[in-house]
Design a protein around this ligand. Structure first.
Ligand code: MG
Ligand code: MG
Length: 263
């Protein structure tokens, strides 16, 4: 999501991080459930219904609904769509690259996460783009250490992605998260080492590389939401909510059996 709203920001206490972990665990399970439902013939609205029901059944609020008037619980972005796709009647087909982004609120605390998965048998280039994006997220998380800077995260993501021959989106960035989905600081997927905020224990960050097969430029469709690549080539996405502790980064939105959910 675009970090256009600037909200109050403070370091989270360990007990608050535990509340966010509880929210994140449910979101991880939700995304594993929705990812497993991706198959040829299903509509993007079907996937949204799965997410919406799962979230409410687990006592949480689907946070995306009504956020800047977004209508659904889930963003579903297909092929050249980068992020913020609105679920609808579109029928998924064999070979599609499907990006899922979801957010929920539990006891006032947010979790925000997502992943890209192939629909059926992946088309040429889909598997590798998804794998590079997922690995880019791992590099970003590994750089989110106490004593590092926010720019180190983006530098790690960008350096790896470009070494693989892909590009990172500039117009949309990761963000702090807590009682609001979007809090300072912004977490770009590009940057210079040592730039930006000093990362301290108590930061909780949504790190979310958006990786394009071609050029980095993107634009928004007439629906006011769906972000697509200018060159029409594929885009992939991966996001986790990550708490920074004295011991290093901890992913709060872990998914059960990730190898199953992501393959
Ligand atoms: Mg986010
Ligand atoms: Mg998200």
């Amino acid at each position: 999501m675009m970090a256009e709203r600037v909200e109050s920001f403070r370091l989270k206490r360990p007990d608050e991080i535990e509340k966010m972990r509880a929210a994140g665990r449910i979101l991880g399970a939700c995304l594993a459930h929705v990812a497993a439902a991706v198959r040829p013939g299903i509509t993007t609205l079907d996937l949204d219904r799965e997410a919406d029901t799962f979230i409410r059944d687990h006592g949480c609020i689907p946070g995306f609904i009504g956020y800047n008037n977004f209508p659904n619980a889930l963003c579903v972005s297909v092929d050249d769509e980068v992020v913020h796709g609105i679920p609808g009647k579109r029928v998924l087909r064999d070979g599609n690259l499907v990006s899922l982004d979801c957010g929920l609120i539990l006891d006032g605390w947010w979790a925000d996460s997502g992943l890209s998965v192939p629909c059926g048998e992946p088309a040429d280039g889909v598997r590798r783009l998804i794998d590079v994006t997922r690995t880019a997220l791992d590099h970003g998380i590994a750089a989110a250490q106490p004593g590092h800077h926010i720019g180190d995260i983006g530098h790690a993501v960008q350096t790896y992605v470009e070494s693989e021959g892909y590009s990172v989106v500039r117009q949309y960035v990761g963000h702090g998260i807590g009682r609001n989905m979007h809090e300072p600081p912004q977490v770009p997927n590009y940057g210079r080492p040592g730039s930006g905020n000093l990362i301290k224990p108590g930061y909780v960050l949504a790190i979310e590389p958006m990786v394009n097969a071609g050029d980095p430029e993107v634009h928004v469709l007439e629906d006011g939401w769906t972000v697509v690549t200018d060159d029409g080539r594929l885009s992939s996405y991966a996001e986790h909510t990550v708490a920074i502790t004295e011991d290093g980064p901890q992913v709060l939105t872990l998914r059960p059996e990730p190898a199953v959910a992501e393959r």
